[in-house]
Design a protein around this ligand. Sequence first.
Ligand code: GNR
Ligand code: NI
Length: 169
Amino acid sequence: MAKLEILHYPDKRLRTVAEPIAAVDHSIRSLVDDMFETMYAAPGIGLAATQVNVHKRVIVMDLSAEKNEPQCFINPEITKSEGLEQTEEGCLSVPDIFETVERAERVVVKALDKDGKEITLEADGLLAVCIQHEMDHLLGNLFVDYLSPLKQMRVKKKIQKARRQAAII
Ligand code: GNR
Ligand code: NI
């Protein structure tokens, strides 16, 4: 297992569209293990392969309090979505920024699990939010893209300021 480096906005590599996985083999299971290690260490509740500069359709998450319910979705597809809900989101690739985003309230997601077996899951609440947030990463999208131009400018300024401060210290 290895902890991987997480890319930070505005890194252009976060805009890469991920490719589907042809076969869930040893290398993919190894990637999944490394992604869990990276996500738990961050710490975060989800992680997309795009964030660790691997442009394959793999996402992992764990929404449990005890961090003992790992979930992995390979080649995820949303087959149904309904309702709308606003949630405050954050992202490991956009540190220290928390903003409200509107997404579908409920989704049905079809994917392959770690063993390459097809799974279908009905999700609502934070799980539904997280699945949509992670699947956006696989398309090169970030939650800040949904903000108004003014808010996006404020986010950019805040990140630039934080980077200047870090450079001084
Ligand atoms: O750790 C994370 N928390 C979070 C909170 C609200 C909505 C989405 C998320 S996902 C985020 C981890 C991450 O950046 N995944 O891509
Ligand atoms: Ni994210």
